[in-house]
Design a protein around this ligand. Sequence first.
Ligand code: GCV
Length: 720
Amino acid sequence: MTIGVMILCCTSQTFGQVPSGYDLWLGYGKIENVELLRQYEQAATSIYFQNNSEILEAAQKELKRGLGSMLDRAVDFTDSFSTANSMVIAKKAGLDKAIMKSVAADLDRIGKEGFVIKSVQLKDKDILVISANEDIGILYGVFRLLRFMQGHKTLSSISLVDAPKIAIRMLNHWDNLDRTVEHGYAGFSLWNWQKLPEYIDRRYIDYARANASIGINAVSLTNVNANALILTPMYLEKVRALAEAFRPYGIKVYLTARFSAPIEIGGLRSADPLNAEVQQWWNDKAEEIYAQIPDFGGFLVKANSEGQPGPQNYGRNHVDGANMMARALQPFDGKVIWRAFVYSEHDADDRAKQAYSEFVPYDGQFMENVLVQTKNGAIDFQPREPFHPMFGAMPNTPLMMEFQITQEYLGFSTHLVFLPKLFEEVLDADTYLKGKGSTVAKVIDGSLHDKKMTGMAGVANIGTDLNWTGHPFAQANWYGFGRLAWDPYLSSETIADEWIRATFSNDPKFVGPVRKMLLTSREAVVNYMNPLGLHHIFDTGHHYGPGPWVSELSRPEWNPTYYHKADEYGIGFDRTPTGSNATEQYAEPLRSMLNDPKTCPEEYLLWFHHLPWDYTLRNGHTLWDGIALKYQEGVDQVQDMRTTWKNMEPYISKAQHEEVWMLLEIQLKEARWWRDACLLYFQTYSKKELPEGVEKPTRTLEYFKSLKFLFAPGIRPRWD
Ligand code: GCV
């Protein structure tokens, strides 16, 4: 147990149950409702748990812990199947004939990771059965049953049959070996490289539990801006220790592979993927890794992107690079996850078009164990982006979704923003690749192109903060990502509901308003940062706060002015055929819809169109007034969130309430900062008054421009 965790335990005992947030959604609050308690007690009177593996051991421990805490008593298990009177937890092979009859058909359709939870009538007994084909299904089933109970649902006639729709459900940590985290806002990296492999921090286990509880089964430990040292024997031994800690929770470890590693740690002169020595180096490296970590997942690679080395350094292409690594991993069933986040300052074309132009011609050329990981949008994790056109253009390549859970462009860990709403919007978007209904979710889960190798990654928002994610509500984004990676068709409303009940309270007077607050929070941030399709107008490098005036960086596409193109005529990026023609990358009829400002969804208007300040919006406002009113609406929405939260005081502890209250104060201050700075700046072009209803800025544009944040979190300090 770490010192941090010990302090946590002592604090809660000494000062009377101050919840720190460390428990995440696994706090298993005591059940007070008498009727429910009676029902749950009944189910827990005599439980048989077939436990003969480390995964089942982890599952049994969790059940004991969860039930014990909810029922407020110690929970024991019976030794044999025949003496179980209330609950049976066993894999298919361990079930007796009578139970098998009730669950056989379900087991046939849930694959390796699915589970069945059913109430089965056996003679005069009601038995709650959790069964699965494999150990991991039992673990997932136990977590699901516990969540069901945390949501205070009735067990009578329970019937839950579920299996993940996506194969690789992964967190990408952007953690550096010095324990800083690129765009991390929740403390330092969890991985204590100095103390590994001997010292297994209790946090590793609790991290794995949390992931397994939502179905995450893969983690990439290190930053995609990679350091080759992670592939040296000294570090691999440490990685092995982490892999062993995670294995009982069904989690595979992946590493980021720096393309130039053969030079940096291998002593070779080249990293050319067609060079036999280089190929042999990767083959040997794969063998070395698998000797230590037999279930190693594979490599995640950022190549020829933002200065990272890659095959293009040797005149080769992405297929050459990815397939070389894929060949090395193939004998061990390892995967290469090759990122498609590429753009170049030497390409004069619109940055939004570049990844598509670079990757789509390679469709179908990657080896079978390669997935191409594509960000949800073509620019970079903005508060709102249209879906990446690659999702509608590479039917012969497994495309893996990359979402960002850490809030690089969404207010860091001080703004309350419920991201499942953003994720859901992208997953539900229609690519029209095979006609209407060809949603991004269907591309990602493989159903559109009949693919088995599928994946979804989220850039983690986790660190050493006591509550893991900085903002207590940012836990909902980790939770929601996992739930959507399991089932990309879940609604953000369901996810919000589950999370609130498991984390805080089942009181309807709390659940209803807080759920509403979560569901509007994403639109609020879009409104006060980037309304009507504006994007990438953040201050540069750290992306903290507004910087629409930034125009002097050496790379044109790093300047916010590149994206909003405000001038005396109007504002917005023309991506129609009269401009960059990025709309060409979308299928019909979407393309035509986007090309016409009258049919383009207004939330993407300035993403695709450069329009005059007096252009008339659908609500009758001029564009200038519409932008200003949206900024104001965002600020008002944060005010409303504060009012909602104020009223929640009676339902949670004072400490929990105060923590979020203080964060909402910061959010309000920063929402106003965004509104005032952006409107003052754009006003220098529009030359128009702010419309009625928009608060007047109390500072000058010069003041906002003068703000500098050398030590903004998530980046290495810049001294220049
Ligand atoms: C890990 C953006 C971020 C970078 C990040 C990059 C990427 O540009 O600002 O910090 O690098 O995306 O996704 O590779």
